[in-house]
Design a binder for this molecule. Structure first.
Ligand code: C2E
Ligand code: CA
Ligand code: CA
Length: 343
């Protein structure tokens, strides 16, 4: 696009208009489709004097917009973005290589029963430390893997490792449960049910001790295939958790129309319930509503005793957060389990 005098104003207006149009779900052929808006902008001649350079820099700005939350952003290129695009390319190149699979670790964050204070389960969280790139935060490499389709294999590996680990730990704590994060793309993959069955068979854990955490992003796809898949997972006896509840669109419809058994209230609510009365009221109301629909409630991001006490009063079932423990490497989690057995 060629911009004339005052071109920046025109461009800003255009970006804002596109953002407001594309930030909401669209109805296409009777189906609600989740839309997102991301844009990266580079300007001639400040950011480059030829097409290749301008394109590369617009891509770097686009990567920044895409990887940051909240969604629906645009960025103008600046020098701090140099290298961002190439970092994502390196991540993509490393994903699924033998080296990455060796470097990938799972850490486990305890889920604590509000009534007894005991660790009754854990959430598996992926960790990747690479010599060249350093620590790569999970949202960063998961988003690259989602973009490139590599999440299917990666997600399967994570699920298998988590199930095998649970089998080991159940020798000490037979009732222990394992929660695994699942990308919407995994659920939509045609083989997903077989992937779950394989992981259960390979590890020998009972389906009832596995929980799969999905976010409402999945339901925004809103098609029968997703609903059928979720019903089939429930049929297997595996529990479904709706993660990050309260952010995004959080339609109450998801609680009634989909086979969830657990609702996980987002950390952004929990962390601020002592400061903002409206968040306290919302959390209490969500908990009550979830209970009346037969769902268990997990609060994540519990960082203080005061918050834990409020959640206990609300009747929240499970808690997770730095107050109890950060995500732990497998051996440290095992020590914690053993310690619990002795107390
Ligand atoms: P999530 O599923 O919402 O995971 C919870 C995140 O909150 C974790 O960050 C955890 O370390 C952090 N957290 C837990 N308690 C507290 C607390 O008290 N205070 C604060 N400030 N943070 C707390 P982490 O491990 O960086 O994971 C971030 C996200 O990456 C996860 O969000 C999940 O969406 C994604 N992720 C992680 N592992 C996997 C995976 O194996 N597969 C998929 N698909 N996504 C994953
Ligand atoms: Ca989660
Ligand atoms: Ca969460």
């Amino acid at each position: 696009m060629v911009l004339h005098q005052n071109g920046d104003d025109y461009l800003l207006a255009l970006l804002e208009q596109l953002r407001s149009l594309l930030s909401q779900p669209l109805k296409l052929k009777g189906q609600i489709v989740d839309c997102g808006f991301y844009a990266g902008v580079s300007l001639f001649p400040v950011d480059g004097i030829n097409i290749e350079q301008l394109h590369q820099r617009a891509l770097s700005a686009l990567h920044r917009a895409y990887t940051e939350t909240p969604r629906n952003r645009y960025y103008f290129y600046d020098n701090s973005m140099e290298g961002l695009a190439s970092r994502r390319l390196k991540i993509a190149a490393l994903l699924n290589t033998g080296q990455m699979l060796e470097e990938l670790e799972l850490h486990y964050q305890p889920l604590v029963c509000t009534k007894s204070g005991e660790t009754v389960g854990c959430e598996a969280l992926a960790r990747w430390q690479n010599d060249e790139l350093g620590f790569i935060p999970p949202p960063e490499f998961i988003s690259v893997a989602e973009k490139n389709g590599q999440i299917i294999e990666l997600g399967e590996l994570i699920l298998q490792r988590a199930c095998l680990q649970l089998k080991e730990w159940q020798k000490i704590e037979p009732q222990l449960q394992m929660s695994v994060n699942i990308s919407p793309l995994q659920v939509m993959d045609t083989d997903f049910i077989s992937v779950i069955k394989n992981a259960l068979q390979l590890s020998g854990i009972s389906p009832g001790s596995l929980k799969l955490e999905v976010t409402e992003q999945l339901m925004l796809q809103s098609n029968n295939d997703v609903l059928n898949k979720l019903n089939a997972i429930k049929q297997l006896g595996v529990q479904l958790v709706i993660d990050d509840f309260g952010v995004g669109y959080a339609s109450l419809n998801y609680l009634c129309g989909y086979p969830f058994e657990v609702l996980k209230i987002d950390q952004s609510f929990i962390r601020n319930i002592t400061q903002e009365e409206s968040l306290y009221t919302l959390t209490a109301t969500i908990t009550e509503l979830a209970h009346s629909l037969g769902l268990k409630v997990v609060a994540e991001g519990v960082e203080t005793e005061e918050i834990a006490m409020l959640l206990q009063q609300m009747g929240c079932d499970l808690m997770q957060g730095y107050l109890f423990s950060r995500p732990l490497p497998a051996d440290a989690f095992l020590e914690r389990l053993k310690g619990q057995g002795q107390s």
